[in-house]
Design a protein around this ligand. Structure first.
Ligand SMILES: *Cc1c(COP(=O)(O)O)cnc(C)c1O
Length: 377
């Protein structure tokens, strides 16, 4: 098989999504499945839909278009504030978009009128993480203006934390979002359908808090794909953390000194590599580099360490393992490594499972880590 490649186990992704949809459903919270780390993969999109997500969300209209063209049937949301230059595509390919700028919403309104469609919007509020969002004191005015725009439907409000600054969702900031929703509903005499609390970083809060308030929607990507919580990157109980594997091929293995010799300047990526002398070591080179993934985000199997990387080479120390040219090494990507590998044209994508009713993995113990149940029905 060709290398490097990403192996995606669709049954495990389905299991993760299904588990979160059920756990959150008990608390009155729906899940939007976020596909932005998958380059619009229709197979992954379908696994999420079968798991019961209310719709799909992506940060790029190109990915949404790709899923539509592949025949994926779902409500699609653009979760990054649209570019004015893409307004026409946004109303054509997505049902809804997340917005923070009236100038953008006005363009969406014009484009929606021209296309004779109604476009839904969710207005994002700034709650402290300092990425996208309308400052809370300006939210009501923005909703008021948006309500006047033809072919625009205000579907709700939302917030995004734990991204730029790592601000954790908690009872205080989530209560603020609930209160904003209620005050807008009271003042403007309307009903907001969606109160979208945030991303995978909201799970700890949403699953543990005594009161979710008005929050009825979360947008989940990383937790579904990697089974871990982005707040502390710990595995989430009951989820598979090995749904995605990056496989690379060995192209050289030599015993070499662990310390480079000669005058040491900068390395190819501008960093000075700390020089440790551990005597001679067995090192292998994999045909994988910065053009394929984020080398810092790869977890090799026990006993093997990543000790260097350049555009096209990943250098590992093999310990007692004997890797020969042609051998393959399986690495677990973190979110950064996953996004880069998914979007690299050099990395092929191999999907496993995902058939409706595929029973091969039902109840089977996988890597001693999690049990995958087949899709319902
Ligand atoms: C990426 C993103 C998400 C999903 O985040 P995960 O941590 O992958 O769950 C949700 N909402 C917005 C606005 C995003 O940009």
């Amino acid at each position: 098989m060709t290398a490097p490649r990403l192996e995606v186990d669709l049954d495990k992704i389905h299991h993760n999504a299904r588990t979160l949809v059920q756990r959150l459903g008990e608390r009155g919270i729906q899940v939007l499945g976020i596909t932005k780390a998958t380059l619009g993969s229709p197979e992954i999109a379908r696994a999420l839909i079968r798991a019961g997500v209310v719709g799909l969300g992506d940060s790029r209209i190109e990915n949404i278009r790709a899923m539509r063209r592949a025949g994926v049937q779902a409500s699609m949301s653009l979760i990054r504030s649209p570019m004015i230059s893409q307004a026409e595509q946004v109303v054509t390919y997505s049902d809804m978009s997340f917005n923070t700028e009236l100038d953008v919403i006005r363009e969406l309104s014009s484009a929606a009128q021209a296309a004779r469609v109604t476009h839904g919007i969710v207005l994002m509020v700034e709650l402290g993480d300092l990425r996208e969002g309308i400052m809370p004191e300006h939210l009501e005015g923005t909703v008021r203006e948006a309500l006047r725009l033809p072919n625009i439907r205000v579907d709700g409000i939302g917030s995004n934390l734990a991204c730029r600054s790592g601000v954790a969702p908690d009872d205080r900031n989530m209560a603020e979002l609930s209160e904003l929703a209620e005050s807008i509903e009271r003042t403007l005499e309307l009903q907001l359908a969606l109160i979208s609390g945030g991303n995978s970083g909201n799970l700890q809060w949403a699953l543990a808090t005594a009161d979710v308030g008005r929050i009825n929607h979360l947008r989940l990507g990383e937790s579904v794909l990697l089974g871990c919580d982005p707040i502390d990157r710990e595995p989430i109980e009951g989820l598979c953390t090995d749904a995605v594997t990056l496989v690379a091929e060995v192209i050289e293995t030599k015993t070499k000194p662990s310390r480079p010799w000669g005058d040491i300047g900068q390395s190819a990526f501008g960093t000075r590599i700390p020089v440790v002398n551990r005597g001679p070591i067995v090192q292998s080179i994999l045909a994988l580099g910065h053009q394929d993934t984020d080398p810092a985000g790869l977890e090799p199997p026990p006993g093997i360490d990543v000790i260097g990387a350049s555009s096209d080479h990943l250098i590992v120390s093999c310990g007692d393992h004997r890797l020969r040219p042609g051998d393959e090494l399986r690495l677990r990507p973190n979110y950064s490594a996953l996004v880069r590998a998914m979007t690299s044209p050099f990395v092929s994508k191999v999907m496993k499972g995902g058939e409706v009713g595929s029973a091969s993995t039902v109840g089977e113990e996988l890597s001693g880590k999690c049990v995958v149940q087949g899709p319902p029905g």
